[in-house]
Design a protein around this ligand. Sequence first.
Ligand code: PLP
Length: 447
Amino acid sequence: MASSSSSLVSFGQQHVTKGLGRVVEDVFEKGEGSYVTMKSGRKMLDFTCGIAVTNLGHCHPKVSKAAADQCMNMVHGQCSIAFHEPYLKLIEKLIPIMPDKSLDSFFFWNSGSEAVEGAIKMARVITGRPNIIAMQGGYHGRTFGAMAVTKSKTIYSLGVAPLMPGVFATPFPYWHHFNGKPSMSEDELVRQSLYQLELVLSQQSAPTDTAAILIEPIIGEGGYVVAPPAYLKGLREICDKHGILLIMDEVQSGFGRTGKYFACEWSGVRPDIMTVAKGLANGFPLSAIISRRELTDQLKPGFMGGTYAGNAVSCAAGVAVAEAFEEEKILDNVLVRSSELFSALNALASKPHIKPHVLEVRGKGLMVGLEFASPSHSAYDPAVNKNTPQNLASRVAKRCVEKGMLILTTSVYETVRFIPPLNVSKEDLEKGIKIFEEALEEVVKEG
Ligand SMILES: Cc1ncc(COP(=O)(O)O)c(C=O)c1O
């Protein structure tokens, strides 16, 4: 096979399924810290972290070494045959950082989707109830159960129906879901969203038929929207009142991304089941379903499992990630870089010629979204979108890529998401902001 970038891309275009999207037509060659080098020779700043995965930067030396060492000791210690040490060590590392002491039961899997599947399965069996209420705008993955509770964009399940039954949707507290504006008050959003949930419970899925309510405390793929703490508290109360389990999907928002280990900590609301993945092992496939022993003790041995579940190399990497968080004071860096990022984006958004094009800068820690005014949403306020350039988010993201920075958009709203490494330096953050600013200026000028 020829090995130039263009010949490899052309080979991939022919033989990799067309069902896979792509941001850049090149081939990854190397990753180091906040940068990736492509086969074409381009070195790019990576503000995607492979969709919030390489949170400690690419090939973090401690994590890669731990994985390499484990590779020479045992790669596959099948978890239904016997425990292996990295699995248990990882639990030992995770217990002290759980958002609530009650979360003391762990099952490791490979992907976020699998963790969501497992959480749904557990919730149904533990409660003996069939239904799951998911959030409009939520994203939970591509496997069958996870796809059924995903409500961020139709493409993920287009033409696939019938999906898993017993799934109902309620609006996430996001102003778009109420034909509102970014200025809509948080109290009003919370009030309306909880009212809609109460309606779902009285019109569609009776509490006694409802096993769980599933929510991302910060909606990820669906737009980078933070759930107001009062909404999460409201959910907790409704769940407690009716014996419904609260599942928090922290696959994207978890493991330090928001400046706390888990985004739900900002609200003080405890989940009954939590799903975690992505940053957990900094790129080695690993996810976790975390719950309370009193709940998981009801499961029969053999109910959970999976050939590759809790792979020893991934778990060893996870242990190293947890240690690096402490040693390198990662959460402190997130908070400092976060305030720099918010200041810069807010300053940019308030420039007179940019202001009409930006609806909102939002997020938490280093999970930050900037939403543009988009003609496709003119329904809620035509005045906002008059003479607004089309598809700003995707055009700005594309221009950033041309300028040497990988960056992603989110689902159906015109939002660019900033997911830099959690240990990003001040200089690299500034560099990324500058690229974004230049890209935005150019795209706005072009109209
Ligand atoms: C919140 C959330 N849940 C679940 C998933 C699915 O994870 P995976 O792609 O590892 O299956 C994702 C992936 O982006 C996610 O953001």
